[in-house]
Design a protein around this ligand. Sequence first.
Ligand SMILES: Cc1cc2nc3c(=O)[nH]c(=O)nc-3n(C[C@H](O)[C@H](O)[C@H](O)COP(=O)(O)O)c2cc1C
Length: 288
Amino acid sequence: MSVSFCGLDLRHRVINGSGTFDAIAAQRVFGDELYERFPFTAFVSKTITLAPREGNPPPRLWEAQAGLINSIGLPNKGLDRYLSEDLPQLAKLGVPLFTNVMGSTAQELSRLVEACAQFTQITAIELNVSCPNVKTGLDIGADPAQLQKLLSTLRPLTSKPLIVKLTPNASDVPACAQAAESAGADAVSLINTLRASALDPRRAPRASARWLGGGSGGLSGAAIRPVALAQVAAVTERVEIPVIGMGGVQTSRHAQDLIDVGATLVAVGTESFRDPTAAARIALDLDK
Ligand SMILES: Cc1cc2nc3c(=O)[nH]c(=O)nc-3n(C[C@H](O)[C@H](O)[C@H](O)COP(=O)(O)O)c2cc1C
């Protein structure tokens, strides 16, 4: 089952989707047993930004028919406290650590990448490019030319593997993957959540009051699985670099589908909320 990914020898193919498993909280609950039976072959941090973020006002979740809309809004303690408080704890997990970062400008992302490059505990950097561009309102990773330019700026700042977490909210996702590869990305991961919204069921007749405090959110879980399969298949056809596939994975069959269309690793996200041992079960079943 061992697999090679960006120069790493990993025990199996299952990792977590950023923001869907809090390893520090899990350690508080399970103690050292978490380290002995850690479900993921590498751990992806939740998204870290330069400055601390509060996240969106509540409500932050909406249960959709076969999935979840979240408008958590990427709350995090900011780069400095991540490095001083979380990194020492995440380094104890005993698996490679991928730190996921997001910035709304190339300068912000450069500072994040430069800082992460200094820490041996960080194995790879995942760039979350699903952040809206302040000028256009589009995700910063939605335009292949812009993404290529961004990667050309970031690539020289580190020798660590750079994984680009593509936005699915783009008109040509494979072109974005190709642009990232041509500017030196070591891998791409997809899919992030699909833009989605829900109305307040208690609203007045014909009013359009939104349920989520953030207005809109991102859809994940089983509902997005066929979209993920299509996007992962289209991207693996266009790039040579390894692909991390995710979106609605609940069983080893779903993981195998992504592997069969060319994914090297598979990430489990929303399913871990329902069953925190899902990734271990999926890795074991894949092995069988
Ligand atoms: C509650 C929640 C929080 C998330 N936070 C992040 C995040 O901080 N950074 C990120 O890149 N993706 C984040 N994601 C997206 C997931 O990593 C993943 O790409 C997406 O949920 C699709 O996989 P899934 O259907 O298995 O959940 C989040 C998803 C959920 C449901």
